[in-house]
Structure formats: C-alpha cells, structure tokens
Design a protein around this ligand. Structure first.
Ligand code: HEC
Ligand code: HEC
Length: 221
C-alpha cells in the first residue's frame, strides 16, 4: 500500500506535535515543582521581614512583588542579592544559610510568579552610564532623598517612609545606572518610593539632575 505523501506528512507532524506537547508539559511540571519549593523556602526564610506574599513593609524590608521592581530586576540580580545579602543592612546572605544554589533558583522562580508586564531588565542594564556631577547630585540628594534614605544613603529602618541603603555597596555593586535611573523616574507603586520625574512626580527632577544623583551615589560606597 502506498501512503499518500500528504497523509504521511500529517502523521509525522502529529507525532512531532505530541512530542513537543509532552516535553512542554514536562517542563511546566518541573517549573511548577520549582515554584512550589521556592514558595516553601520563602515562607521559611523571608516572610519574617518581607511579609507574607513578599509585599514588604516600609521601615522593615522592601516589597519583592512590586511590579516596577520585578520588571527591571534580572534573575541574576535577584539570585545574587539573595546569595550575598546586603552587608551592613538587615538583609542576610543566604548563600551561607540555604542548602544549595538550587534553593535560591527556586526562590527566584517563586518571585517571578508575581511579575507583570514586560521584562525590561536587559534594556535597563544596557542603558547608558550616568554622566552627572556628583557635587550637584549631593545637593539634590540632600533636598529630596536624604529624609527617607539617610544622610549618606545608609538606609533608615525607623519610620514608615524609610528607604533602603542605596548608598551602600550591597545595592550599588549589583544595580546598574539604568536600573537606578528607572526607579528614580518611575518610583515603585504601592510603596513610599514615588517617581521623581514629570509634573506628577514628588519633585520634578530633570534627566540631568537624576544623572547627578546617580553619580553622587557612585562615590558613596
Ligand atoms: C518618602 C520616602 C522616600 C523618598 C523621599 C525617596 N525614597 Fe527611594 N525608596 C523609599 C522606599 C520606602 C523604598 C523601598 C520601596 C520598596 O518597598 O520597594 C525606596 C527605594 C528606592 C530605590 C531602590 C533601592 C533598592 O534597594 O532596590 C532607589 C534606587 C531609590 N529609592 C532612590 C531614591 C532617590 C534617588 C531618591 C531621591 C531622588 C529617593 N529614593 C527618595 C522611600 C523614599
Ligand atoms: C532579617 C530581615 C530579612 C530577611 C529574613 C530577608 N530579608 Fe531581604 N531584605 C531585607 C532588607 C532590610 C532589605 C533592604 C536592604 C537595604 O537597605 O538595601 C532586603 C532586600 C532584599 C532584596 C532586594 C530588594 C530591592 O528592592 O532591591 C531582595 C531581592 C531580597 N531582600 C530577598 C530576600 C529573600 C528571597 C529572603 C529569604 C530567602 C530575604 N530577602 C530575607 C531584610 C530581610
């Protein structure tokens, strides 16, 4: 018997689709398992500070489910921040406390389930370096940022408005200029960190003034 070429092709196509389907369902079963493990590890290690569901609490620990944060934070940024912690802040280094890198990967997978919208991490990472004047940046920082982030950006953990330690190496060594610029411009919704660009911003900083502030932060660490 001769099978018509078209039927034969349909048959091969069907088998290929079935195979792709099986592999895909395997991958999604695997990633579901990873997310479940990450959820458990998060409950065990992180909720005391970052709160249930990672929503954060001003003055204690930042939100990890904030949409602006997750859209610009790469997996690498999340992984390494969890691994290394932030020296001289309450954020511990979990590389020494968890069993393996796989545990950290699982937590990152869990945090990713809160991501909404576009992944802007590589765009932000590759944005141009800041070209600002740190002396002017210091002035803007004192006027606009210091009240929440501390005199030298050391972070404050004493009030509802308290910001994180943006003048310390734990943050600065991992955050690119584009990452910092994006946060200053857009803020982080549902937190005390508001955007500082445009007429609706808390203060209407120009692009140059924002670069001045980034250049100032770079000399603090
Ligand atoms: C009213 C208080 C307040 C002011 C004023 C403020 N911030 Fe913040 N900022 C915060 C808080 C709170 C967070 C953490 C938000 C969260 O939960 O994610 C934050 C987060 C940030 C982050 C992210 C840091 C990280 O750990 O990932 C950067 C960068 C930042 N602020 C820069 C600035 C700069 C620059 C200024 C001045 C132009 C400024 N902030 C003014 C409260 C403030
Ligand atoms: C003892 C309190 C505490 C615990 C426990 C803790 N964190 Fe943190 N975490 C913090 C604080 C405080 C910061 C902000 C530090 C700073 O000022 O830069 C932070 C920052 C972070 C950041 C950077 C967020 C940003 O806005 O840039 C990530 C990511 C993070 N923590 C993940 C975790 C994960 C995941 C766990 C559990 C494995 C965890 N943390 C456990 C207190 C804690």
């Amino acid at each position: 018997m001769r099978i018509k070429k078209s039927r034969w092709l349909a048959c091969v196509g069907g088998v290929a689709l079935l195979f792709v389907g099986l592999v895909a369902s395997d991958v999604s079963a695997g990633s579901k398992q990873l997310v479940r493990k990450g959820n458990v590890l998060f409950e065990e290690n992180c909720v005391a500070c970052h709160q249930k569901g990672g929503v954060g609490q001003a003055g204690v620990a930042p939100s990890l489910t904030n949409k602006e944060f997750l859209s610009i934070a790469s997996d690498k940024f999340l992984f390494e921040t969890i691994r290394d912690g932030r020296t001289d802040t309450p954020m511990p280094a979990f590389g020494e406390m968890l069993e393996s890198d796989e545990d950290i990967t699982a937590i990152v997978a869990y945090l990713r389930t809160f991501s909404q919208g576009k992944d802007l991490s590589s765009k932000v990472e590759n944005a141009r370096a800041a070209m600002g004047d740190p002396r002017l940046g210091k002035r803007w920082f004192q006027q606009v940022c210091e009240g929440c982030h501390g005199v030298r950006g050391q972070g404050g953990y004493d009030s509802e408005g308290s910001g994180t330690a943006i003048g310390k190496a734990g943050f600065l060594n991992k955050a690119s200029d584009g990452f910092i610029r994006y946060i200053i411009k857009n803020g982080r919704s549902n937190t005390a960190m508001r955007g500082f660009s445009g007429p609706t911003g808390l203060a209407n900083l120009s692009d140059q003034e924002i670069d001045d502030i980034i250049s100032y932060l770079r000399i603090l660490q």
